[in-house]
Design a protein around this ligand. Structure first.
Ligand code: GLA
Length: 707
């Protein structure tokens, strides 16, 4: 069992196959962190449980690595909990009041209870450990057991202490629309490095995960401490290094402009923040997160279907006859799901009108959606549809009927972004409106898939229907209501699959992935740019949910021309989709596409559910290469991409990973013809790559001779 409590020492020890996590109560009653890293004998650390004074300016240094910093007394580290009591007191004195260890299936959970020594406030710290993962899910929960309101000014999920490294390097993702998931590194020094979103959703500018290492970790080796937060609204992750060299990474719901009023008897639970440790470098970290997502987070284990989406082909000009023509071409290529994007409803001829009016446009679909759906089904595909339920165009019937349904301040003009405003979904009647139209849409039509979009940030966060003292709850309420709508819809329509999209990849995190079967990482579908975006994405998220489309050349965003094979190979490293204007594709292109799709179906389980190894990156090489291997190490696929060859340069042999050293593997896909090599040769001597020119690519299949 992973959790051991040493009552005699007041010491808590979590032990998984490759990791120990140890903390205890010191003589002042502080929950002091002691160790997170390679397995140790927890009891040995009991002697380190002691308070530590440096001077009157640093009176309780050990509070810098408190398991949860309760703001009060002489604690100055990033607070985990900061409250305001009804009488104006803003100081916490939380005392340990027992623990329990419980088992839920293959999960074990440690819950520590802390109570304020004067006020009716109980806090429970949760540590949940799944057998087989070197990961801990942590969150905090506050309960008002008194008689007055308690305002939570900041409640984070968890703080992860990392100690005794000579140097701390933090890796994280940065980005913007059309350039999401770009990897960044920063060396920490005294002070704070904060990554965050204050725009109402997860955001394209940063993503809620982090990795910390000593500076030398690479894809294959090195100690890495990492974490990912499950929250799709405003969040922050703060890496704080103290003057005493202690680093703690705290994270959770952002406190910016945020408060939560806890009435008597009420409880607030912060979202889970999962933390893990590996000695296997960034590749080891990613593979652990991918498996964790597949096994513990995602709503289904089903393979993603090869889809066609007509957005880039027809934009808002969605007409039944064009869609049918596209569907016929898609079916010919082997596509399994046909998706109609924006533009099928209301007066939606551009992004200026119609959002909010979720009735089928009678000009575009004179006989209803059924005509298209029937044809799609007849062609052997299933049907999917786009919605953006949280948004409204001022030029819509919905807005004309209910101008007060949007977030706004009565004395301010609302900022329109993409000509739209956001609905105050926490109003019961607005939430009901969304549930009703979605229920109608999904029960009146044979729809297998919903792409749920959200194309703007929250501004003027006035929460109509709530009193002034609850206005700052908007950021949390929006996410809670969104989650409850998805929960309800998934329960009502268990066979419908959902995609999370927010103008590309602006709402992808472990929170929304509990409800979403797949994710749209970026509106940038240029095959070269996408490789960088997909690489960053794969640091934290499984390629099994990463939707990638093959679109037209030249690309609509940047005019880049890329061979069809390069575009396919780039998209085949995740869950494959097609998004080009098939009406313009030649018969030869359709035929080539059909061959790529057929090849993809063969390797799909490897890509979506296998072990991913990033072999080479455009960040430091003209070569990008990524490999997928099955658990049995008998089957593998490698994708290699050359950006630009220069000076008649030759690429070094590509060394593979994850194979069985003694096995003989058949290698297909090399222009030089088939080869048979041993795993040891493939991993240590590598295979030569004859990629040439610009944007050249290869799909190499590696299969063990023996079963
Ligand atoms: C967003 C999405 C796109 C597409 C458009 C439609 O930008 O990310 O994929 O659905 O909206 O308006």
């Amino acid at each position: 069992m992973p959790i051991t409590v040493h009552d005699d020492l007041q010491l808590f020890e979590i032990r998984t196959a490759g990791m120990s996590y140890v903390f205890g109560l010191n003589e002042k009653g502080i929950l002091q962190h002691l160790h997170w890293g390679e397995p140790v004998a927890g009891r040995d650390l009991a002697h380190r449980l002691r308070s530590w004074t440096h001077s009157s300016f640093d009176a309780e240094v050990e509070r810098e690595c408190e398991e949860m910093s309760f703001w009060g007394g002489v604690g100055y580290a990033e607070p985990g909990l900061k409250v305001r009591f009804a009488d104006g007191v803003r100081d916490l004195r939380m005392r340990f009041d027992g623990y329990l260890v419980e088992t839920e299936g293959d999960l074990e959970r440690l819950v520590l209870t802390m109570r304020d020594e004067h006020y009716g406030l109980t806090v429970r710290l949760h540590y949940r450990v799944a057998a087989g993962f070197d990961l801990i899910e942590r969150w905090a929960e506050a309960e008002n057991t008194g008689s007055g309101d308690i305002v939570l000014e900041q409640i984070l999920s968890a703080a992860w202490s990392i100690s005794s490294l000579p140097r701390y390097r933090m890796t994280h993702a940065a980005g913007r629309w059309a350039g999401e998931y770009q990897l960044r590194e920063t060396v920490l020094s005294e002070g704070k490095k904060t990554i965050e979103s204050r725009r109402g959703f997860t955001g394209p500018h940063a993503n809620p995960w982090f990795a910390v290492d000593e500076g030398g970790a690479d894809e294959d080796a090195g100690r890495i401490w990492f974490g990912a937060l499950g929250w799709s609204g405003n969040w922050k992750i703060v890496a704080e290094q103290s003057s005493f060299g202690i680093v703690r990474v705290s994270g959770g719901i952002h406190d910016f402009d945020s408060e939560w009023r806890l009435g008597p008897g009420e409880t607030f639970a912060a979202p889970a923040f999962v933390g893990g440790f590996t000695i296997g470098g960034f590749g080891g970290m990613s593979r652990m997160l991918h498996r964790y997502e597949r096994e513990r987070i995602l709503p289904s284990k089903a393979l993603r279907k090869v889809l066609y989406n007509s957005w880039e082909a027809t934009a808002f000009d969605v007409r039944v006859e064009d869609q049918i023509e596209l569907a016929r071409k898609a079916a010919k290529m082997g596509v399994e799901r046909f998706v109609v994007d924006d533009g099928w409803f209301g007066a939606r001829d551009s992004d200026r009108a119609g959002l909010g009016d979720w009735t089928v446009n009678p000009v575009k679909f004179p006989h209803g959606l059924g005509e298209l759906i029937d044809e799609v089904k007849r062609l052997g595909m299933d049907f999917g549809i786009w919605v953006e339920p949280e948004s409204v165009n001022p030029d819509s019937e919905l807005y004309r009927r209910h101008p007060d349904w949007v977030y706004h301040f009565p004395t301010r003009t609302g900022s329109e972004l993409r000509n739209q405003l956001l609905l105050n979904i926490s109003k019961p009647e607005v939430k009901q409106y969304i549930l009703d139209f979605m229920t109608r849409l999904l029960s009146e039509h044979d729809i297998a898939f919903v792409k749920w979009d959200m194309n703007r940030t929250i501004t003027e966060p006035g929460l109509g229907g709530f009193p002034p003292e609850r206005q700052k709850e908007i950021w949390i309420r929006h996410v809670q209501t969104l989650y409850s709508i998805w929960t309800e819809l998934r329960a009502r329509f268990p066979r419908v699959e959902f995609e999370t999209c927010a103008g590309g990849g602006a709402r992808i995190d472990l929170g929304i992935l509990r409800f979403a079967d797949q994710a749209w990482p970026s509106d940038n579908t240029d095959a070269l740019d996408r490789l960088r975006i997909q690489e960053g994405f794969s640091y934290a998220y499984t390629p099994g949910v990463m939707m990638c489309w093959v679109t037209d050349s030249p690309n609509g965003l940047n005019g880049r021309r890329a061979p069809l094979s390069f575009r396919f190979h780039s998209a085949m490293t995740g869950a494959l989709g097609i998004g080009g204007n098939l009406k313009e594709w030649t018969d030869a292109e359709i035929e080539e596409a059909a061959a790529h799709i057929a090849a993809y179906k063969q390797i799909r389980p490897l890509v979506q559910q296998g072990l991913q190894y990033r072999l080479s990156s455009f960040r430091d090489s003209p070569l990008m290469a990524v490999q997928y291997v099955n658990e049995a190490r008998t089957d593998s696929v490698v994708f290699a991409f050359l950006h630009a060859q220069q000076f008649a340069g030759r690429l070094p042999a590509l060394r593979l990973r994850g194979l069985a050293a003694d096995r003989l593997y058949d290698i297909g896909g090399l222009p030089e013809g088939p080869l048979a090599l041993h795993g040891s040769t493939l991993m240590h001597a590598g295979i030569p790559l004859s990629l040439r020119g610009d944007l050249d690519s290869l799909l190499i299949r590696i299969r063990s001779r023996e079963a």
